[in-house]
Design a protein around this ligand. Structure first.
Ligand code: ZN
Length: 129
């Protein structure tokens, strides 16, 4: 018998043999209050996914992104694109608590905020190069 070493996420029960696997996971772990992932983003919501192809089936209960208007699992693999997404805003609730209308309201708000910041930047000369 051989004793083996395992690494465990500080936020959930996930285990891995490689330390790097858990280091990578902890950054996107949905239980990490600082974790960046699409599943905890205010712009995500629960819905059935229909890719519009007549030959493929509708996939039930998916994490959808209201900003990209697509299913998170297909575009973003682990949902870890969140760290590069301008729309990422972590919520304290996971995606299945939101409907499309709620998520889309956040998208609209954040796009508006971005627009206001750009306009203010011009007004104060900050954006002038
Ligand atoms: Zn975890």
């Amino acid at each position: 018998m051989e004793e083996v070493r395992r690494y465990k996420c500080n936020f959930c029960q996930k285990l891995a043999v490689k330390k790097e696997t858990i280091e990578r996971h902890e950054k996107i772990c949905i239980h990490n209050p600082e974790g960046t992932n699409c599943y905890m983003c205010e712009c995500s919501y629960l819905d059935d996914y229909d890719d519009g192809n007549d030959y493929s089936r509708v996939i039930k209960d998916q994490c959808m992104c209201a900003f990209n208007e697509d299913v998170v699992s297909a575009i973003f693999r682990d949902g870890n694109i969140a760290s590069n997404c301008p729309m990422f805003h972590r919520s304290d609730r996971i995606y299945w608590y939101r409907t499309y209308d709620q998520a889309n309201k956040y998208v609209g708000q954040y796009i508006f905020d971005e627009f206001v910041a750009i306009v203010e930047g011009y007004q104060t000369g900050k954006n002038l190069k």
